[in-house]
Structure formats: structure tokens, C-alpha cells
Write a protein that binds this ligand. Structure first.
Ligand code: WQD
Length: 336
């Protein structure tokens, strides 16, 4: 039995689908702070398999101990956490409590239950603003630009120290680049509350008419078209990376970039969306957004060599799946 924390969230729900489809049994723990319980039924609809769900928090040691004891958990994929960069600047204590203390609580409960296999959701942001691109796993962590990023780097260090203290631990740290898209079924995807901060859901909401136009932050960066460059990957590819990381867990702690290895600019994203869907996305150029780096992408070689994983889905897939999900979400709101 695999425990997925944050299993009703954007990334976690796709991970649960991949695990179930790979034949694993899954128990989900989520506090529903940024997701809703109907996701479980949607996962069951996609996979035609059952999932055991606990509403609760990773900071609740008693609940964790109970889950480990009752469900024979052999490994944990830890996706639970807060992830909004700008919110983390306003609410650092919440970010450190959820992301750092939450992981300490989880690891302590795992140790007590003798469950020492862990896959952890980290972020490319841990490379910091000084790193040269492409980011390679052998580079040291840098100074993160937000409490969110710092919390991910702190947890990485905790896991490294834990592994150094006890050779029985097998830990994979997955550093996500920019996950986008939704499940091709249209049943699960990202459901940001309020106005989205991230590019892809913003584009989708402009296309749907819920927002009037996209502001492209910065047109004078030292990139080919002057807009920022990122490594966008399809969330289903990302989820498969977790499944591969789980089956290839080895003793010690191992860091993997999960990205395509290709940089794509903001303007290319907008154009690709319009070409794939035929829907116009009005945009205007706006000043740079504070804290944005001009360009970064992954070296994706290590995950390929060690895990046999590489991102397979195209930019067009990312756009079409985002749009299908957005249209379903708009319909749901219109009929509910
Ligand atoms: C991408 C590009 C913006 C919105 C963040 C976190 C990272 C990870 C993913 C994880 C940038 C531009 C955006 C808009 C725009 N978080 N943009 N107009 O900042 O690369 O990464 O999200 O959990 O840790 O740092 O992603 O999608 O916000 O922005 O022009 O309305 O799109 O300036 O260049 P980012 P993003």
C-alpha cells in the first residue's frame, strides 16, 4: 500500500491515477486546504479502482500512526504542501509549518512505523537565482527567492541528514520544473482559487472569457523573443515520474529533475495555446514581475538514466488538455 499525501491536489491526484493504473494500492491523506473531496470519485472514475481517503493533516502524528498501522503502508509519496510563491512571502509561518514541520511529522511517523521509503515533491526553485541553466542535479542548492522555495530547500536538507543517520532510508527528491496541463479525461486538473498566479491557468481563463487579457510580464529579457523562458512539462508525465521514482527507489537520497530539458518562452506558450485550440488569447506586454528569473530549464538526463523516465507529451498535448479541463470547469460552474 502506498500513502500519497496531498493526493487530492493538482499533482497528487495525477500521481494517484498513475499509481492505480500501474497496479499499486493507494491510500490518500489530504487536509483539503486547496482541493475538494470529489477528486477521489473522479480518480475512481478514471481508473475504475477504489481509493481509501483520509481527510487530515500530515502534522497530525496520531492520524499518521493510525494509517501506517491499519493499512500496511510500505512507501510514501509526499505531495502535501503549500505552493504559492507570493502568498509565502506574506505568510512565511504557514509555509514553514506546513512544508517543513509537516515533513518532519511525516518522517517521524514513518520512522516509528519502520516505513523508510519516500518520494518527495521538491522544486527547481531550490537551485536559486545564481544557478546557470540547464540546471543539473550536481549543482549545489542556491539561495531561494521566497519562503516557499526556502521551505523546499530546508526539507531537502532534512531528508539528506535523515538518510545519513540511517542507511535503511530510500529517498527520492523530485525537483519539478513547471507542471501544466490536466488529465486527458478532463476529470482532474488544476483548480486555482481566485485569480491564478501561474501562466497556464491564466491563459486558460482568458481564453474562456473569465479574465479579459493576459499580462505578459516583461518583454525585454535577454531571451530570443524578450519574454521569460521556462521548462513546462505535462502533469501526466510528471506523475509518471513519481511512479518510476517509486519503483526505482534505492538506499540513500537521490535528487532528480523532472522537466523536458527544453525551454519555452511565455510568447511561445500563448501562441502554442492559440494554435492548438483555435481560441484567441488577448495579451499585452506589462512590466517585469518581481522575482522572476529570465530563463531556466532542466537537464533531464539523470531521471532518464536512473529511472527510465522522460517527458513524452508535447506542448500541443499540454494546451489541448488544459483547454478541455478549463471548459469542463467552466461548465461545472455554470450548472452548479
Ligand atoms: C511562468 C512565466 C511569468 C503569469 C512558479 C514557482 C515554481 C513552481 C511553478 C510550484 C513567468 C510569466 C505568468 C502571468 C506572465 N511552483 N507570466 N503572466 O514563476 O516560473 O514558477 O510556479 O509549485 O516554484 O516559482 O511559473 O507560471 O508563475 O510563470 O507573463 O499572468 O509566465 O512572468 O515568466 P514560475 P509561472
Amino acid at each position: 500500500m502506498i500513502l500519497v499525501t496531498g493526493g487530492t491536489g493538482y499533482i497528487g491526484s495525477h500521481v494517484v491515477v498513475e499509481l492505480l493504473q500501474a497496479g499499486q494500492d493507494v491510500v490518500v491523506l489530504d487536509n483539503l486546504s486547496n482541493s475538494c473531496p470529489s477528486v477521489i470519485h473522479r480518480i475512481e472514475k478514471i481508473t475504475r479502482r477504489g481509493v481509501t481517503f483520509f481527510e487530515g493533516d500530515v502534522c497530525d502524528r496520531g492520524l499518521l500512526t493510525d494509517i501506517f498501522g491499519r493499512h500496511g503502508v510500505s512507501a510514501v509519496i509526499h505531495c502535501a504542501g503549500l505552493k504559492a510563491v507570493s502568498e509565502s512571502v506574506r505568510k512565511p509561518l504557514e509555509y514553514y509549518e506546513n512544508n517543513v514541520y509537516g515533513t518532519l511529522s511525516l518522517c517521524a511517523a514513518m520512522q516509528a512505523a519502520n516505513v523508510k521509503k519516500l518520494v518527495f515533491s521538491s522544486s527547481a526553485t531550490v537551485y536559486g537565482e545564481e544557478a546557470s541553466t540547464p540546471y543539473v542535479e550536481t549543482m549545489p542548492r542556491g539561495v531561494a527567492t521566497s519562503p516557499y522555495g526556502t521551505s523546499k530547500g530546508m526539507v531537502e536538507k532534512v531528508l539528506e541528514d535523515l538518510s545519513a543517520s540511517d542507511a535503511q532510508w530510500s529517498i527520492s527528491i523530485l525537483r519539478y520544473f513547471n507542471p501544466v496541463g490536466a488529465h486527458p479525461s478532463g476529470l482532474i486538473g488544476e483548480a486555482p482559487q481566485g485569480i491564478p498566479n501561474n501562466l497556464m491557468p491564466y491563459i486558460a481563463q482568458v481564453a474562456a472569457g473569465s479574465l479579459s487579457e493576459l499580462s505578459i510580464y516583461g518583454s525585454d529579457y535577454p531571451t530570443e523573443d524578450g519574454t521569460c523562458v521556462r521548462d513546462y512539462l505535462h502533469v501526466v508525465d510528471l506523475a509518471q515520474g513519481h511512479s518510476k521514482a517509486l519503483t526505482h527507489l534505492q538506499h540513500g537520497v537521490h535528487h532528480y529533475n523532472l522537466g523536458t530539458g527544453q525551454g519555452v518562452s511565455v510568447l511561445e506558450m500563448v501562441e502554442s495555446f492559440m494554435a492548438a485550440t483555435g481560441v484567441k488569447v488577448p495579451y499585452r506586454f506589462a512590466p517585469r514581475r518581481e522575482g522572476d528569473l529570465p530563463a531556466f530549464w532542466a537537464s533531464a538526463n539523470k531521471a532518464c538514466q536512473d529511472l527510465g523516465w522522460r517527458a513524452e507529451m508535447s506542448l500541443t498535448d499540454m494546451m489541448i488538455d488544459t483547454w478541455r479541463w478549463q471548459q469542463n470547469a467552466t461548465q461545472d460552474t455554470a450548472t452548479s
